[in-house]
Design a protein around this ligand. Structure first.
Ligand SMILES: [Zn+2]
Length: 295
């Protein structure tokens, strides 16, 4: 039985999973400070107590780049700056007496969906999460890409879409995420992603976002040659209104000799990350526990 903790953009999601079955789940709001760790630990203990069992492994997801050798977050968005270079494995040992596997959230979601989720059994896959930012991850021949320093596959939201576009907080110019994400809207005014897709009142923004997302996904398909593209994030509740334009754009702009991938929208996107963490926590040796001594 695995305890899974997903430090997400607006809430920390927790789940207890046993043999691919979600026994219990819950969430708490993110405050953006060290108190989040204490709150997450308390919520996790409460969740475990409800099952009447002990966890055998712990998986933790963060919205940032995770060093493959250390399990520490190398880079984070502002809200989670307090977790940068923090030893979550040692924290897990202190709180739960169990070491933790730590993974980037989009990569964990990809593992979840391709192992026990909506794309189960697929070995060549790309996942794109559309939300406050654009999270991506890629799998080739059944192996989730990590790369030398943990950045491989997860920076798909930062491919240049417009050389004359705005400067992105990442330092690059005209990134997909700078042009079409919840953050773009937040920086521009008070319209939210839900507003944009709820009615036709913001059709110009909606069409522009879909255009950018189509270009981003096309680049990911060209880069990783997947058989399936998993589209996730709260905005996918709008379903075909988001998926179909992206799929059409990709199909229309695909490299001539490529076969168009299948597009999948997970029915329970809020559990993708936790499912992946349960699989990773069961299968991956935890990061070296000697890192406790660094604290
Ligand atoms: Zn960027």
């Amino acid at each position: 039985m695995e305890l899974c903790i997903d430090f997400g953009g607006t809430e920390i999601k927790l789940a207890v999973i046993d043999d691919a079955r979600v026994l219990s789940s819950g969430s708490i709001p993110v405050q953006g400070g060290a108190a989040d760790l204490a709150d997450a630990a308390a919520a996790a203990r409460q969740l475990l107590a409800g099952t009447g069992r002990r966890a055998e492994a712990v998986g933790i997801a963060v919205p940032g780049v995770v060093g493959p050798d250390t399990g520490r977050m190398l880079h984070a968005n502002a809200k989670y700056d307090f977790l940068r270079d923090f030893d979550l494995n040692a924290w897990s040992v202190r709180e739960f007496e169990l070491p933790a596997v730590v993974e980037n959230d989009a990569r964990a979601a990809l593992v979840g969906e391709t192992s026990i989720g909506s794309a189960a059994g697929e070995r060549d896959a790309v996942l794109v999460t559309l939300g406050t930012g654009i999270g991506t991850a890629a799998m080739i021949d059944g192996i989730p890409l990590r790369g030398r320093t943990g950045h491989a596959g997860i920076l798909g939201g930062h491919v240049t879409v417009d050389l004359d576009g705005p400067v992105c907080p990442c330092g690059n110019v005209g990134c997909g995420e700078a042009l079409a994400s919840g953050r773009t809207l937040r920086d521009a005014g008070d319209v939210t992603m839900s507003d944009v897709f709820a009615t036709d009142a913001h059709a110009d923004i909606r069409d522009s976002f879909l255009h950018v997302w189509g270009a981003v996904v096309t680049t990911l398909v060209h880069s990783y040659d997947p058989t399936v593209v998993i589209l996730s994030g709260g905005i996918l509740r709008a379903g075909a209104a988001v998926r179909e334009p992206i799929e059409s754009y990709v199909t229309a702009h695909l490299w001539p000799s490529m076969t168009a991938p299948r597009f999948v929208v997970p029915p329970e996107p809020e559990l993708s990350v936790a499912r992946g963490l349960s699989v990773l926590a069961r299968a991956t040796p935890p990061h070296a526990t000697h890192s406790q001594e660094d604290q």
